[in-house]
Design a protein around this ligand. Structure first.
Ligand SMILES: [Zn+2]
Ligand SMILES: [Zn+2]
Length: 347
């Protein structure tokens, strides 16, 4: 397809981004062109926008930002067989090689050669995006667009929550940014005994409460370790899910985690974190697990099934703001201040 489109582009290696008119992407034989209907802002987009240390080391401007979206297929490459024009689709954002050991053993989410949509390639904050056929996920047309646009981060939450048993367990959720927040209805719907939500921002604590957390804790004002111990007969939380990457919060999690417990970490600390391995890991016999991306494509099928089971309805309070794409800055500001759940943009 020829012509120009509007896009939010990281043009220069500095803070900010710009609205620009640029060429509609040209697809190759194995690619699909999608007209974006809704796209949501991720913490990663905020990192790129404010140009933090990670962004400086990873992003090569100019790049169209954004990676979480839903849209309609408008053109397919000559080799494409599994997707057709008119399909309502989203996409797995990890573009993997399919050839390395991880890919060949069912672990493509840790592919050696991963490229990330909207990070290493042009993204979804635009009227059109191109994606390899193998990354396209065909959606149920009856689901709300806003919910379909957040399946990628929802997949992160699903991957984190279900990387071990949670049925009947007490679970601590550290950090109620958009992904941590999504973990709450997931845990509630699938039978966690208690959900402790730990979050410093007032707005997000309130949302965590509304979503059904058993106890919401402000780590700046309250003693997280003693509260969780007292709520669990002194044993501590069976499962600790970190979505914050905050070193103090992770260390506290290792204090209040129960013996034999599981800590799954999705949050990214900026620097190395020192922990008491002797007392809090070895003698407690716990498992610490890193979570990256979504299992391809097991997690996507789980997300689809959960949305159908009623999760789509549970997640609605998480979509707190919507703007036209051209007003993306408003969304960025809210994300920076922590005064929102998920922000969805319409091109
Ligand atoms: Zn994301
Ligand atoms: Zn690979």
């Amino acid at each position: 397809m020829d012509g120009l489109m509007t896009a939010v582009v990281k043009q220069y290696p500095k803070e900010g981004a710009d609205i620009v008119k640029k060429e509609i992407p040209k697809i190759g034989p194995d690619e699909v062109l999608i007209k974006v209907k809704a796209t949501s802002i991720c913490g990663t987009d905020v990192h790129i926008y404010v140009w933090n240390e990670w962004a400086k080391s990873r992003i090569k401007p100019p790049k169209t930002m954004g990676h979480e979206f839903v849209g309609e297929v408008v053109e397919i490459g000559e080799n494409v067989t599994s997707v057709k024009v008119g399909d309502l689709v989203s996409a797995e954002t990890h573009i993997v090689c399919g050839k390395c050991r991880a890919c060949r053993t069912g672990n493509a989410h840790i592919c050696e050669n991963t490229l990330i949509l909207g990070v290493d390639t042009d993204g979804a904050f635009a009227e059109y995006i191109k994606v390899p056929e193998s990354n396209v996920w065909i959606n149920d047309k009856n689901m709300p667009l806003e919910i379909l646009s957040i399946q990628e981060p929802l997949g992160n939450a699903v991957h984190t929550v279900f990387s071990g048993d949670i049925v009947g367990k007490s679970v601590a959720v550290i950090g109620c940014g958009p992904i941590g927040m999504m973990a709450i209805p997931l845990l509630k719907r699938t039978g966690a005994a208690a959900i402790f939500a730990i979050e410093p921002a007032d707005y997000r604590r309130e949302l965590a409460h509304k979503l059904g957390a058993t106890r919401v804790i402000n780590p700046l004002r309250e003693d997280v370790v003693s509260i969780i111990k007292s709520e669990t007969e002194g044993y501590g939380a069976d499962v600790v899910l970190d979505f914050s990457g905050n070193p103090t919060a992770i260390r506290q999690g290792l204090e209040y985690i129960a013996k034999g417990g599981r800590m799954s970490i999705l949050g990214l600390p900026d620097n190395e974190v020192s922990i008491d391995i002797t007392n809090n890991v070895v003698f407690k016999g716990i498992t610490i697990q890193g979570i990256t991306g979504r299992r391809m494509y097991d997690t996507w099928y789980t997300v689809k099934g959960l949305l159908k089971s009623g999760l789509a309805e549970d997640l609605k309070p998480i979509i707190t703001h919507t703007f036209p794409l051209t007003e993306y800055q408003k969304g960025m500001e809210l994300m920076i201040k922590g005064q929102c759940g998920k922000v969805v943009l319409y091109p």
